[in-house]
Design a protein. Structure first.
Length: 214
């Protein structure tokens, strides 16, 4: 039995993650690959309860490092209950946000020490790294226009100002510079068909690379 692959999708709000994750899962299933789709924070019963606190309970004041620890608590549960068993079973896992979101939002946006995040990453992920990360990049103006149009009320992160969002975007781009093999940047402001084609091509090369290793 071959191990499944871990694909993560990242990007600031309004980057079209949901639609593009639909496309990724459809592409994989077309190749007869069994795939589970999940999200962070969340993905398990406890993780979803933590998500509610982390994202929706804007009435609760929260220290940035408490926020960091709760993100990793949800992640530990997710890894133990869902991600690792699926990968071991040969199933691919596609996650709407994962470890790079923590570097971008808690590290970049909140200014928590990157070393502290790395420490938790080493403990909780224990060497697991996504096989592929698609970073849907978007200028802040377009992100703001799209999220304002959506008018999603009371999300702890969507409520942050432009400066926060800009720092998050920059931190994502820095992660991509540091991990050029794994993190592939896709211009999410392009026309939908162009974005989809770019994603299909990236997935196609990953599948080809896997086949050439067998
Ligand atoms: P979304 O999944 O609906 O995009 O919302 C999840 C929010 O949680 C998003 O604003 C980013 C934030 N987040 C973090 O701040 N750190 C993390 O590690 C993760 C996974 C998400």
């Amino acid at each position: 039995m071959f191990r499944g692959r871990l694909v993560t999708v990242e990007g600031i709000d309004g980057s079209g993650k949901t639609t593009h994750i639909d496309h990724i899962c459809a592409c994989l299933r077309q190749q007869n690959i069994s795939v589970i789709r999940t999200r962070e924070p969340g993905g398990t019963e406890l993780g979803e309860a933590l998500r509610e606190i982390l994202i929706r309970r804007v009435d609760l004041a929260m220290d940035a490092e408490t926020e960091l620890l709760l993100m990793f608590s949800a992640r530990m549960e997710h890894l133990r209950k869902l991600i690792c068993p699926a990968l071991e079973n040969g199933t691919w896992v596609v996650i709407d946000r994962f470890i790079d979101a923590t570097y971008a939002y808690q590290g970049g946006g909140r200014g928590v020490s990157m070393d502290r995040i790395r420490l938790l990453e080493n403990w909780v992920l224990n060497g697991l790294t996504p096989d592929l990360t698609i970073l849907l990049d978007l200028p802040i103006e377009i992100s703001l226009a799209r999220t304002n149009a959506r008018k999603q009320a009371s999300d702890r992160f969507e409520l942050q100002d432009r400066e926060f969002k800009n720092t998050v975007r920059e931190a994502y781009l820095e992660r991509a510079r540091q991990n050029p093999e794994r993190i592939r940047i896709v211009e999410a402001s392009a026309e939908m068909s162009i974005v989809k084609r770019a994603i299909s091509d990236i997935l196609g090369s990953l599948i080809e690379q896997i086949h050439s290793q067998i």
